[in-house]
Design a protein around this ligand. Structure first.
Ligand SMILES: Cc1cc2nc3c(=O)[nH]c(=O)nc-3n(C[C@H](O)[C@H](O)[C@H](O)COP(=O)(O)OP(=O)(O)OC[C@H]3O[C@@H](n4cnc5c(N)ncnc54)[C@H](O)[C@@H]3O)c2cc1C
Length: 326
């Protein structure tokens, strides 16, 4: 988001044992810590971070198991997520091709259970290897121990938020291709371009094209991707929302998912400039930093959007990116 002051210390970890050393260093100094990957989903405060930022630079990829059409691949947490997707697609493995071009590291992917165009990393996660700060030792967490939900997991929610520093991630991928029904915008692209190549590499190419047309390139325009989470409403509220003209996508468990970008657009905020930020004209969920230099400006832009949507629809938007606070 191109905001935030400096950190007191930044420690790069390049070997798994250095993670424990970094936390020990912070403890000796009596300082708070912050796990950082690529920073794509992290917002800095103006005062900076008064402690130790532990930067994930753990690299490597290895196939740990191959049975029939399935393969388990372990990536070290500091690998670039999109390189992992490219690796899988080049080898014709399906499971993460729709997650192409999501900025950031592999180690951060399970933290908010990244998702896009009908796939979530949680669907293919086998385990993560992590440093458990509470027990002060390395541990292995299986998929069913991660509390996976929509942008929520045990890593970012509840008593264990921030407890684990993810060192490596093992995913199970399969030879084959994504099966319909496809996510609306992906299906629209397939229809409009008469696409027939639904191989992992083909879907990756389509997703990259959709994202490049719709989302600001983080190297050119500062943003945190989707600034608001989509809204999940309980099953008993779905009919009421639909009666008010709000499009609701029904989830398997009966709850409804409302596209927050739709709500923002319906309030006439798309393309609007607010306190140095611009609501993206391609994707209203994305807030682009045009000229803001302070966190305060972000809070003002955010308050205006949240307040306008709440006044019109009675729905309160929740911020997706995390804030770097001690
Ligand atoms: C243009 C753009 C588009 C985006 N599109 C999507 C999208 O389609 N779908 C989606 O889900 N997200 C999307 N995002 C958000 C972002 O890419 C993801 O959240 C990504 O996983 C962030 O990775 P990172 O390495 O940059 O994480 P960071 O921002 O560095 O960290 C994010 C959080 O994870 C924690 N963390 C980081 N590394 C570790 C670790 N090794 N162990 C434990 N905790 C850790 C941090 O403390 C922080 O709480 C987008 C962002 C941008 C800028």
């Amino acid at each position: 988001m191109r905001l935030g002051g400096p950190a007191r210390f930044v420690v790069s970890v390049r070997r798994p044992e250095e993670v424990a050393e970094a936390y020990q260093f912070a403890e000796e100094q009596g300082l708070p810590t912050w796990a950082l990957g690529g920073g794509a989903n992290t917002i800095g405060r103006d005062e900076g971070f008064p402690g130790v930022v532990i930067l994930n630079e753990l690299k490597g990829v290895e196939i740990v198991r191959e049975v029939g059409d399935a393969v388990q691949v372990k990536w070290m947490g500091g690998e670039v997520w999109d390189d992992a997707v490219a690796w899988a697609c080049e080898r014709d493995y399906t499971g993460i091709e729709a997650l192409s071009l999501i900025p950031g590291t592999v180690g951060a992917a399970p933290v908010q259970n990244i998702g896009a165009y009908g796939q979530e990393v949680g669907q293919v996660l086998v385990s993560v290897e992590a440093y458990d700060r509470r027990e002060r030792r390395m541990c292995m967490l299986r998929r069913d121990e991660m509390g996976l939900g929509y942008r929520r997991t045990r890593f970012n929610t509840g008593a264990d938020a921030g407890r684990f520093y993810i060192v490596s991630v093992t995913l199970e991928l399969k030879r084959g291709q994504m099966q319909p029904p496809f996510y609306n915008s992906l299906q629209r692209y397939i229809d409009e371009h008469q696409e027939t190549d639904l191989s992992p590499a083909g879907v990756r190419r389509m997703v990259c094209a959709i994202r490049e047309a719709k989302l600001p390139d983080p190297r050119k325009e500062a943003s945190a991707g989707s600034f608001f989470k989509n809204v999940i409403v309980p099953a008993e509220q779905v009919a009421e929302m639909e009666a008010r003209g709000i499009p609701v996508r029904r989830l398997e468990d009966g709850r409804g998912k409302i596209n927050s970008g739709w709500l923002i657009e319906a309030c006439g905020l798309k393309g609007q400039r607010l306190h140095g930020f611009r609501v993206s004209e391609q994707a209203a969920l994305v807030l682009i930093n045009e000229s803001a230099t302070s966190y305060l400006e972000l809070t003002m832009a955010r308050a205006e959007i949240v307040g306008t949507v709440e006044a019109k629809f009675g729905v309160r938007l929740e911020q997706e990116p995390v804030e770097m606070i001690a």
